[in-house]
Design a protein around this ligand. Sequence first.
Ligand code: 5AD
Ligand code: SF4
Length: 440
Amino acid sequence: MNVYDSVRMNDCLAPMGYKASNTYEDADLVILNTCHIREKAEDKVYSELGRIRQEKIKKSAKGEQMLIAVGGCVGQAEGEEIIRRAPYVDIVLGPQSYHQLPEMVTRAIREKGGVVELDFPTVQKFDLLPESTTSQGVSAFLSIQEGCDKFCSFCVVPYTRGAEYSRKMDTVEQEARRMVDQGTMEITLLGQNVNAYHGDNTDGTTASLADLIDRLARINGLERIRYMTSHPKDMSDDLIAIHGSEPKLMPFLHLPVQSGSDTVLKRMNRKHEASFYIDIIERLRKVRPDIAFSSDFIVGFPGETDKEFDETMKMVEQVQYAQAYSFKYSPRPGTPAAMDDQQVPEELKDERLQRLQSLLRHQQTTYNASCIGMTMTVLLDRDGKFDGQLLGKTPYMQSLHVQDAENYRGKLVDVRIIGSTLNSVSAEIINPTVHHRKAS
Ligand code: 5AD
Ligand code: SF4
């Protein structure tokens, strides 16, 4: 989401003459777009700010100005505190204030002292942002939903991103069409709770995520659709069904469960039991037998016993993930779980994380190896490290690399998987294979 937000900030500042730069020396303005989800992400902000400060000093020695802005959820959560700790920061803004950037930059140039904007405006920022003119390339993100009303007891998102909000179906479709006109072939629909999407439709009805996917799939030239991140409670029947019927919807789902223990899920306020999650996985596998799954797990949630942790390990064994993320529980200020006096000791969290990650690594390695010999259509969207090497993602979201592929940059091509490691698969191109983009 921050990648997408950064593109939109770029759109906002373009009319003032700003354009993206690859070096600090060239930058008149540096925006640090931040994440507050875990303590580690937050700590990085201050160390990175220290580095950017050195660049500001270098520029000022040459008589040049460099403004520093902190955006994103750390900006929202810490506000003025950032300027107290790092007085060389000129602008602090929350994720709902990006449309105010031009005005804030103008003020920061004119005035001394920091400019801070953290309001959740009544008018949604999407209605205030200019149309996006920055092409993200063949594979692109599109935000359709923001905020969250779930209030999982460990999570800051409902506080930093605010209440759940869905963009209108028409607006999303127009943005998708513009992206396709600029060359995008794959769109990943984004939202903190994307499958809770309920966008207004022009006929006064409310569209679900499945309705939106159905609408977008009709856009000629848009070849692949993905979405993240979802909550199990919002995996509605129509969304499960469309995984079986819409070929443009990729056979991969990131569906965080956090824990395999009913008692932990209850304390996390996840609003469902482990069996409910397993049932969704089974229903999805029924309609789309080759679908691959990913998840997020938290270990060492307050009060987590050995038995509860073992239930998570059992769930992982049962589901067999293609990939997954796992984290040690990190207390976040203002969340209910942070106030719990049953915090799990750090060494125990470390030990559990290692056990879980070793199982997940084993599953990922096995999954990647099971693909050797398969043929699949992949989108080669980036250059690799080596000459003639291109990188992309398989339909199942595996990282993929292909040698001698320079003619296929930005194209959908048929490949055969010939090798695998923990983190990627390698492939060879099968000729003749290019899927030409249909005109939109
Ligand atoms: N501690 C550890 N992990 C967390 N996540 C969210 N909040 C916390 C926290 N306080 C993880 C969840 C979520 C992912 C984006 O980050 O697993 O799905
Ligand atoms: Fe956070 Fe996701 Fe829970 Fe919302 S559903 S509170 S974003 S973990």
